[in-house]
Design a protein around this ligand. Sequence first.
Ligand code: PLP
Length: 378
Amino acid sequence: MDKRPETLAAQALHRIDSETGAVIAPVHLATTYARGAGNALIGAHDYLRPEGPTQAHAADILAALEGGAGARLFASGLATAMAVFATLKPGAHVAAQTKMYYGAKKLLHHLESRGALTLTLFDPDEPDALAHAVRPGVTELVWIETPANPLWSLVDIARAADIAHGAGAVLAVDGTCAPPCTTRALDLGADMVMHSATKYLNGHSDVLAGAVITRAQDERWQALCDHHALTGAVPGPFEAWLLIRGLRTLFVRFERQSANGLKVAQALTGHPAISHVLYPGLPDHPGHAIAARQMTGGFGGLLSIRLKGGAEAAARLCASTQVFIQATSIGGVESLIEHRKPIEGPSSPTPDDLVRLSCGIEAADDLIDDLMAALERG
Ligand SMILES: *Cc1c(COP(=O)(O)O)cnc(C)c1O
């Protein structure tokens, strides 16, 4: 029977351990795997780099949830991004967003400064900007992130795929902020989707990992696999096992985080200390129409606010909440708050009055009461 994604996630693909009947797959810590007659492997794995059974199980779940042909786990989200960039020809032209996760943008600039690639940045809020950024027959990769951390610009994946493919480029989507329970980028035309599994996919702020899932097992997939095997930027078995556990509850966590995100965004709208509430689920958000089409399982728990009192007010708010924890990262079951600009640095387009909120699964009223009291304290 063809099972739905919620079922596949909750049951971790219904894999019952054949030796013991255990309903939960064991964590396989072995670094090496035995061979028999003729040097033939007994099982499917030979050595823990590139992967063992636990990493392969997690990757299989992600391939199923994204509807992809192949998936590989990496040691972090950025190690995954690096794997994608490493498949490019030397000096390849890449189009990416001005507003995107600052770490991935820093990595692109770093590679550009070393001559590994050339970069054209486009504004994701300008509908025609991507079409102007690509160079037909030259651009090899279009890299988009939607919604884009931390301003939550929305990019139409299907349209970006048409533009990328029209120019002969590959479309890669950083789907960290829209996990497959709400957006399936490959179904919309992307060639590959990558995640920081550190965020929503694991969801408990206790695993650093990344993943890439591709639509086809083509030449670029092979190049990703080669990079995966040769560079060793892979997660350990215990991280992979925790990721499998986290994925079991992805759908219910995301549903609750989306409900909390919307309630918090609505409660903060019109507050006298706040100039902007940036949340894809609000009808007046510039990307709301795209989000409504593309985020079919909820708008998530991520939002940002901009404070009329500027950087000082933003810093004070983050230091004075008692439920929201002042810490970096997103997508976990506990709510986090962060003043972004000092983290991202002076070259970032993030305004210095911006506070990023990652809503967890707590009682929505506790989140709202906490923010209201902290804003009141000013
Ligand atoms: C955190 C993050 C990354 C990087 O992931 P790590 O696991 O921290 O390396 C990439 N993209 C987005 C959108 C992120 O939020």
